[in-house]
Design a protein around this ligand. Sequence first.
Ligand code: PAF
Length: 279
Amino acid sequence: MLVFAKIKSIQENIKSLEKGTSIGFVPTMGALHKGHLSLIERAKKENDIVVVSIFVNPTQFDKKEDLINYPKTIDQDLTLLKKINCDIVFTPTADEIYSNNIKPQLFNFDGLEHQMEGRFREGHFDGVGTIVKYLFEIISPHKAYFGEKDFQQLQIIRKMVRKNHISIKIIGCPIYREEDGLAMSSRNSRLSKEHRKAAPFIYKTLKQVKNQFGTKNVLEITKWVENEFKKQPLLKLEYFEIANEETLQPIKNKDFKQNYRAFIAIFADKIRLIDNISL
Ligand code: PAF
């Protein structure tokens, strides 16, 4: 496994690959868990080599505290990646990526960026767009893999690729869950014992939403979810939305020709968790 921290060195290595070598790319912010590993395994099956990046991107954090507290486990991550035979790891510093100007590029994602996460995390998707676009330019992969847990991010990256005519195939991969249903996330490691025990309630609620979607209207379901969370002292609901999968516009009425998803964000003390379910 080769590990590069410099843009020039990883680019030289990629240029030296035999012509026609297909590259699968999995961008991450580290603190790797089984969800990441499932993306990497899929990338390995579908490509000649796999590149994983580990970079906690400062421009996508709206709160300094969240950036500081984001789990960083680089030694453990590299050991894991070596064990699963990852080919190349890119571990740049913020200076390497942004030089002296840690600022995001501003994007227009045709409104996808204004909903849900975009509403509650100002500038988040400009930061994501900036880093993902730059990593795509550095690595030039054929395919890139993203988890559906960050479904809005996935749709925004698809939009960015389409709008900028970037010829990389974006692959969305199913949410990987703990046995009790909690969506895997690097942030889960920061949950207290009590909050970790309470957190599976998020997916349990989403499954019930899916059951109710055929018979109840959106307002009834939303009210029901809000009430359920009021009974959970350890989980504070930030938002719950039912939205169109393509446009991410929240809906009030159903049109059964469209595909919908329910999206949720909660705080377990200071740890913010998100999840979603296809309806
Ligand atoms: O999903 C993530 O971990 C990050 O948003 C990503 C795509 C690696 C960009 O920093």
